[in-house]
Design a protein around this ligand. Sequence first.
Ligand SMILES: NC(=O)c1ccc[n+]([C@@H]2O[C@H](COP(=O)([O-])OP(=O)(O)OC[C@H]3O[C@@H](n4cnc5c(N)ncnc54)[C@H](OP(=O)(O)O)[C@@H]3O)[C@@H](O)[C@H]2O)c1
Length: 335
Amino acid sequence: MLDVATAMAKIIDESDIDPSPILARKVGIIGFGSQGHAHALNLRDSGVEVRVALHSGSKSVDRAERFGFLVTNAATLAEWADVLVFAVPDVAMKEVFEPLALRTGQTLVFLHGFAIHFGLIVPAENVDVVLVSPAGPGPGLRAEFLAGSGFASLCAVAQDATGSAKEVALAYAKCVGCAKAGVIETTFQEETETDLFGEQAVLCGGLPELIKAGFKTLVEAGYQPEVAYFECLHQVKLITDLIYEGGLTWMRKSISGTAEWGGFTSGPKVIGEQTEAGMKSVLENIRSGEFARQWMAQYEAGSPDLQEMRTDEADLVIEAVGKSLRSRMPFIDEK
Ligand SMILES: NC(=O)c1ccc[n+]([C@@H]2O[C@H](COP(=O)([O-])OP(=O)(O)OC[C@H]3O[C@@H](n4cnc5c(N)ncnc54)[C@H](OP(=O)(O)O)[C@@H]3O)[C@@H](O)[C@H]2O)c1
């Protein structure tokens, strides 16, 4: 049994973080996608001087300029910035990073540890290398910032050339709005491996497969697909919202007694030893570096298998049924 008291991570309160190390530095953000746009806007609203870099032909140049940012290329931004943020896809880090001429004492900020942990890029020893990883997607980070709330985040230092890498990382987290619920100190290894595992085993891998299997089971047993859709996909949000708000206990309290009893007794029949063995294998695939090697090879080949998987899933009955049902629910906004 895990001893929770001794296993608790070190969490730094927002009120204990001094924002001045980031307010005193010029921040360059490479990329203006999900994370990049939220970081740029939140930092600027916190009083930080921010510029943005995008690749030639980027679809986001107009958007960044409409928000009033000076948009340049990564090489020019790297000359100007004291702090350089890599808000580009993890698989593109190498091509973005390698041409840059960095100078002693600059801080490189990563939002996920993938490229550093798996050695896709190896920064010189004269720069600081830190991780500030918000616990959620960029649009949510921006919305929470505007609402006066915010996310928690994970922070780590891989290289401390200046002696102030941690202070800069924490100040960055505070000004970007992801220290509101505290900052958990971690390592690039822990953030990378747990983030990939959570995505693959639970959030983006396990859960969609569970939904598809539940839908298929009902439809193959002769039930109407629309009914199966509501029971196995649509209501997932309602249940996960309860879990998000108050954990498993709150979710169990909020559902009917029948659902609670049925969930407790039948859940382990669906998710059991075989699932745990699968999860251990997924974790080992990540820790060994095999997942990173396969994903980089896929990206470098133009992602043919990924495209095929996207098409196959989009063609599933569950997707057609969902599209039709959602057309009757215009209040659900597909952004
Ligand atoms: N999204 C999340 O929920 C989340 C959460 C935590 C951490 N992260 C991390 O945040 C980082 C950025 O992810 P993201 O989700 O913000 O990515 P994203 O939404 O795909 O945005 C990537 C940005 O980089 C640009 N870009 C794409 N390919 C490029 C290339 N080859 N060279 C230069 N620029 C390129 C894109 O240009 P265009 O605008 O032209 O497409 C876009 O502006 C990643 O390390 C990711 O792991 C993401």
